[in-house]
Write a protein that binds this ligand. Structure first.
Ligand code: EPZ
Length: 420
């Protein structure tokens, strides 16, 4: 299995082009099932998860053509199957996002129940409950969600009990082809949801409330093809912003979107890094000044994103002071803590909070992690650590960071992939 080898200590300087957002592209790809016409997506990142979604869509008769340069043509002229098999869903939980569109278009869908994963139990009860409120009949049997809507889905007012990005996305897509009006209360407001609303609107759906927690969708009898550009990845932006800060470097994050990364970058500013919003992106730098400790709590958007928690913890591990980092979204998202500990970090976990006492230096070590963001936090720590860090289980990184070594290497990181 490949690993990534980093010799730390170089301040990173240069420019990184921010890719399209994985967590926007995946639901957008699922949404293309709602029409028999071609949807062209551009700025799609080149990632393992995108390949997995394309492979899943092919199960339903979708021709997903990668035209190169991040442009994909997705056409599902006829739906030839409605089964999302365990073998694909177990590789990627976002596979469950095909449930809403398949059910809306075909009145039936069978989707493997995603299991728990490294960061928590991650049930899909809210997706199922919402679809039931739209008239779906759903049974769980043999590890599969069997859903039917013999008379078609019907608009409903659904108060989603907990903020959920995935449930909001599934229900939005289902409502776009349901009969009548659907109101989603307590909807998630993540920018990736705004991007999905923009695509659905371009496909002919009528949706109001974008950016708020109450969305109203008027179902259409038919949606049509369109072309849409995926938004910039705010988590990739935040991750490389930390790379600049943790190494005392200066990186221009080209194409980064100011508005949607604000929450992710706020603690970075408080820690003493300079964050300049420029016309063509965001410049992040830290001169000789030490990193200040900043308390951080993850929250649904517009709060600080859980997908940046591990990265900010790596930064805080080298702060002059202490930081309390509290995770409120997932119950088990501290797998990076013992690994950062192996590099010399001083972190104690108490329930949902981690007390990080800054240390003067981190030291390279062989490490590994069981999820994407935890893995990248180890890369960040490795960039700042003395000596050599070997990050194993690189396939996690390949799921969510496009050309990671290339992008960091271009800014002066001593980083290479070792084929294993
Ligand atoms: C999305 O996951 C992202 N994935 C995650 O990105 C991200 O961490 C998460 O949102 C939170 O921002 C994609 O967009 C593909 P949720 P999702 O439903 O939709 C609970 C990454 O590293 N919940 O908002 O699965 C759930 O257990 C990742 O790129 C229920 O209880 O997250 C969690 O505690 C990983 N029942 C909370 O809600 C449900 O039916 C929020 O989860 C659904 C969710």
């Amino acid at each position: 299995m490949d690993s990534i080898l980093i010799r730390g200590g170089n301040p990173l300087r240069g420019r990184i082009d921010i890719s399209g957002a994985k967590n926007a592209a995946l639901p957008l790809m699922a949404a293309t099932l709602l029409t028999d016409e071609t949807v062209t997506l551009s700025n799609v990142p080149r990632l393992m998860d995108i390949q997995t979604m394309a492979q899943l869509l092919a199960e339903f008769g979708c021709s997903a053509e990668d035209r190169g340069d991040g442009v994909w043509d997705l056409t599902t002229a006829d739906v030839t199957g409605t089964l999302a098999p365990y073998d694909v869903v177990r590789k990627m939980r976002a596979s469950v996002l095909v449930l809403g569109p398949l059910l809306a278009r075909c009145r039936e869908a069978t989707v493997s129940l995603p299991g728990g994963c490294a960061i928590g139990t991650r049930p899909v009860n809210l997706h199922i409950q919402g679809l039931k409120e739209m008239g779906a009949e759903i049974e769980i049997e043999g590890g599969y969600i069997h859903a039917t809507a013999p008379g078609g889905l019907k608009g409903a007012t659904i108060a989603i009990p907990t903020v959920s990005v995935g449930a909001t996305e599934n229900l939005l897509m289902a409502a776009a082809l349901a009969s009548g009006d659907t109101v989603l209360e307590n909807a998630a407001r993540e920018p990736e949801i705004g991007d999905l609303i923009d695509l659905l609107t371009a496909m002919g759906a009528t949706i109001s409330g974008r950016g708020t927690d109450t969305l109203k969708i008027t179902g259409a009898a038919k949606l049509h093809g369109t072309a849409h550009r995926v938004i910039a990845d705010r988590i990739e932006t935040g991750t490389y912003a930390v790379a600049a800060a943790i190494t005392g470097g200066d990186i221009m994050l080209a194409g980064a979107n100011h508005e949607i990364v604000e929450a992710a970058l706020a603690p970075l500013r408080q820690s003493g890094a300079s964050v300049d919003l420029l016309d063509d992106g965001i410049r992040v730098r830290r001169d000789g000044a030490g990193i200040l400790g900043v308390d951080v709590m993850t929250e649904p958007y517009p709060g600080f994103p859980t997908d940046m928690q591990a990265q900010i913890m790596a930064l805080m591990a080298m702060s002059h002071g202490a930081a309390m980092i509290t995770e409120t979204i997932f119950e088990n998202r501290f797998m990076h803590v013992p690994e950062l500990g192996r590099m010399g970090a001083d972190i104690t976990v108490h329930g949902a909070s981690a007390l990080v006492r800054g240390v003067r230096r981190l030291k390279g070590a062989p490490v590994m992690a069981t999820d994407l963001r935890a893995s990248v936090s180890l890369v960040l720590a490795g960039l700042a650590a003395e000596g050599e860090t070997q990050v194993n289980r690189v396939y996690h990184l390949d799921r969510g960071y496009e050309r990671l070594e290339e992008k960091l290497g271009a800014c002066g990181a001593d980083i290479e992939r070792v084929k294993g």
